[in-house]
Design a binder for this molecule. Structure first.
Ligand SMILES: Cc1cc2nc3c(=O)[nH]c(=O)nc-3n(C[C@H](O)[C@H](O)[C@H](O)COP(=O)(O)OP(=O)(O)OC[C@H]3O[C@@H](n4cnc5c(N)ncnc54)[C@H](O)[C@@H]3O)c2cc1C
Length: 336
């Protein structure tokens, strides 16, 4: 049944904990309900689709309808000796699904443990952590096309996945609602321990297996990242910039210790957190908004910061990084 809430605070629906109101808010538990709201409630538009609000900064009230696709279900649709193909409803919590995969001895997403958000959002920015991106295991994405009102299944190679990027952030922007994602998990996982001290951390609990990998990732993340239930945040606020080698060489004259990772012969990726830290922002606070003391890439809400408090701080950070390094940081968080 469709329940429309009016003048509804979405503070519990965004991990930054910004207290703004939606003129209308609803959850849709089936594809039919989703279609019904999108077709039958046009007088409530504009609309905004949200998952668990862990990658959104609201800077003002939303004068329209916020729709949360709460379609659930984890269904095995194919299973052979190597792979298990699983369809997951958009409204399933991502980490619950990772936990399900580990309990069922299916590999591929254990390194993506504890990333907040819903399964339905995972392809949009191609979530990634500890050397793995979700594109590595996505078989296809099922969405409702908002122009044709047809359901579409987009295979992995048509999703144009890139670093924190996909067709959903570009060509299909504002034109789709994802209702399920199909993953191809494997029965004989090859563990990716390339990232930092992951292998050593996993081996602390015994042999390397899906559960020890998941536990290690969770321990590392908890030691580094603030828990949004305790202190409002949206994870990395900016993307790591990809710059020309010539620019990074130029910066390295003044900052010989600058970390960078090759992307191609011409481009390197520089950790945005390092750039922000060099500009003196780590641990800084302006009123109720601040930069986390352990991780300069994470902006935090120390209390009842408004969305514009966070936004203004982000823009000051962006400007100072540009002044010092000539690099313009791009937000990873979706700003509404
Ligand atoms: C503490 C913390 C740590 C994080 N760590 C990581 C990390 O390691 N790696 C990483 O990649 N990300 C990370 N993130 C970011 C975040 O977890 C991901 O971007 C996640 O996929 C967002 O999911 P969500 O359901 O909360 O999406 P939301 O924030 O609700 O939405 C994100 C965007 O997707 C759109 N959207 C959501 N659902 C749908 C749908 N079904 N159909 C169409 N559009 C939709 C929204 O309109 C919005 O534009 C972190 C966030 C936090 C708070």
């Amino acid at each position: 049944m469709i329940i429309i809430k009016e003048n509804y605070s979405i503070k519990p629906h965004n991990t930054l904990g910004i207290d703004v109101k939606a003129r209308y808010f609803t959850k849709t538990e089936t594809l039919d309900e989703l279609k019904e709201v999108l077709e039958g409630y046009r007088e409530y538009f504009p609309f905004l689709i949200i998952g668990e609000g862990s990658n959104i900064l609201f800077t003002r009230d939303f004068n329209g309808i916020i729709i949360q696709p709460a379609i659930t279900g984890v269904t095995i649709i194919e299973n052979d000796s190597e792979h298990c193909i699983v369809e997951v409803g958009a409204g399933e919590n991502w980490d619950d699904f990772v936990n399900w995969s580990v309990e069922n001895k299916l590999g591929g997403i254990e390194n993506l443990s504890l990333i907040p958000g819903s399964a339905g959002s995972s392809p949009i920015q191609n979530i990634g952590a500890y050397g793995v991106e979700v594109k590595d295991v996505i078989h296809s994405v099922k969405y409702l096309d908002l122009e044709t009102f047809e359901t579409v299944t987009l295979l992995n190679h048509d999703c144009q996945f890139g670093y924190r990027n996909s067709i959903f952030k570009n060509h299909l922007k504002n034109r789709f609602v994802i209702y399920s994602v199909v993953f191809s998990l494997c029965h004989n996982p090859v563990f990716n321990t390339s990232y930092g001290n992951l292998q050593a951390e996993a081996e602390k609990s015994g042999e390397l297996n899906l559960q020890t990998m998941r536990d290690a990732v969770i321990r590392i993340r908890r030691s580094k990242l603030p828990d949004p239930k305790v202190i409002g945040n949206a994870g990395s606020f900016f993307k790591n910039p990809v710059v020309e080698v010539a620019l990074s060489d130029q910066i390295r004259v003044k900052y010989p210790q600058m970390p960078s990772y090759p992307v191609s012969e011409e481009f390197v990726k520089i950790p945005a957190g390092w750039l922000i830290e060099q500009c003196g922002w780590k641990g800084k606070r302006t009123g109720k908004a601040g930069v986390h003391e352990k991780q300069a890439l994470v902006l935090v809400n120390y209390g009842d910061a408004s969305g514009t408090d966070i936004y203004d701080l982000a823009m000051k950070i962006r400007d100072s990084v540009f002044t010092e390094f000539g690099i313009r940081l791009e937000p990873e968080v979706n700003i509404i």
